[in-house]
Design a binder for this molecule. Structure first.
Ligand SMILES: Nc1ncnc2c1ncn2[C@@H]1O[C@H](COP(=O)(O)OP(=O)(O)OP(=O)(O)O)[C@@H](O)[C@H]1O
Ligand SMILES: [Mg+2]
Length: 263
C-alpha cells in the first residue's frame, strides 16, 4: 500500500453514497472470493467503518446464502433500498430472483444490472462498498473497471499453479485498465492438523511469488479451516460468529490496514 488513493476521478461514475469502492476479485472460480468479501466487510464494520456489500455475481450470487437473507429489497419506483444485515448494507441479484431460477442473461443485461446496483441503489453514508466479483475477466470486471470509480481491488488466490495462471491473467487485466491492485491474498493456504503441524496442501509460497513477480503487495495467508465453510453455509460468517477466532483476527488486521490507508 505505497501510494495514497486518488480522491477524485473525473471520467468514471462513483457509486453514490460511499467514499470508497473496493472489489474482491480473482479470475479463478472457487478460491474463496465471496467468503473473503463477506468476512472483510464484517471486519471493517467491527473496526468502526460504515460498510456496504455488493454481490456483483449476476450468474451465481452468494450473498443471500452467506448472510442468510431471504427478504426482497423495497423500492420507491426509482431506487432500490439495500437490505441491512449485521449492520451492513447489502445488495445482490439473488434478492430479486428465485433461488432455483437459472440466470440466462446476455452481456448487455449484465451491464445493465451492474448499472442499477451502482447508480440506482440507495446506498447511504458508507465509508466502503466491498464488491464481490464473479470469477473470470468478463463483462462484470470490465464494466466496473471502465465505468465505475474503483478505488482498489484485492486479488484472492489459492496456492495451486492452476489457480495462479488465472490470477496472473486477472492482474494483467486490472493493470491494463488502470485499476489499483491493493494486493494479493493467499486463501486456503495451509491446514493445521490435530498434531499442530502446518500442512501446505496446495503447495507453498505461490501467491507470494506471484505478487513479487508483478510487484504487488502480498497481503498474507488465510488457512483452510472447516469452520469457515460451515459458518458461511449457516449464513453467519466467521468474523460475525466468533471475533476471537484466529481467522477473524487475520481479517481484523487486514481491515485495520485498509481503514488506515483509505480513511
Ligand atoms: N479459508 C477457508 N477455509 C475453508 N473453506 C474455505 C475457506 N475459504 C473459502 N472456503 C470455502 O471454499 C468454497 C468456495 O468459496 P467461495 O464461494 O467464497 O469462493 P468464490 O471464489 O467466491 O467462488 P465463485 O468463483 O464460484 O464465486 C466455499 O465452500 C467456502 O466455504
Ligand atoms: Mg463467489
Amino acid at each position: 500500500m505505497d501510494t495514497k488513493p486518488r480522491q477524485k476521478s473525473f471520467e468514471k461514475n462513483p457509486i453514490i453514497g460511499t467514499k470508497f469502492t473496493i472489489a474482491i476479485s480473482s479470475a479463478k472460480g472457487g478460491v474463496g472470493k465471496s467468503t473473503f468479501a463477506t468476512n472483510l466487510a464484517l471486519a471493517l464494520k467491527k473496526s468502526g467503518c460504515k460498510v456496504g456489500l455488493l454481490d456483483a455475481d449476476i450468474y451465481g450470487p452468494s450473498l443471500p446464502k452467506l448472510f442468510s437473507i431471504n427478504e426482497k429489497p423495497k423500492s420507491d419506483g426509482k431506487t432500490l433500498n439495500p437490505i441491512l444485515k449485521y449492520d451492513i448494507q447489502c445488495m445482490s441479484i439473488g434478492f430479486l430472483t428465485e433461488e432455483q431460477t437459472p440466470m440466462i442473461w446476455r452481456g448487455p443485461m449484465v451491464t445493465s444490472a451492474i448499472k442499477t446496483f451502482t447508480q440506482k441503489v440507495a446506498w447511504n453514508d458508507l465509508d466502503f462498498i466491498i464488491v464481490d466479483m464473479p470469477p473470470g475477466t468478463g463483462d462484470t470486471q470490465l464494466t466496473f473497471s471502465q465505468e465505475i470509480k474503483m478505488d482498489g481491488v484485492i486479488i484472492v488466490s489459492t496456492p495451486q499453479e492452476i489457480a495462479l495462471q488465472d490470477v496472473k491473467r486477472g492482474i494483467r487485466m486490472y493493470d491494463k485498465l488502470g485499476v489499483k491492485i491493493i494486493g494479493l491474498i493467499d486463501n486456503m493456504s495451509y491446514f493445521i492438523g490435530d498434531d499442530g503441524k502446518k500442512y501446505p496442501i496446495f503447495g507453498e509460497g505461490g501467491v507470494k511469488r506471484t505478487a513479487d513477480e508483478f510487484n504487488k503487495e502480498f497481503l498474507g495467508e488465510i488457512p483452510i479451516n472447516p469452520e469457515v465453510g460451515k459458518l458461511g453455509d449457516l449464513g453467519t460468517p466467521i468474523v460475525e460468529a466468533n471475533l476471537q477466532h484466529e481467522i477473524s483476527k487475520i481479517y481484523l488486521e487486514l481491515a485495520r490496514k485498509i481503514k488506515s490507508f483509505y480513511l
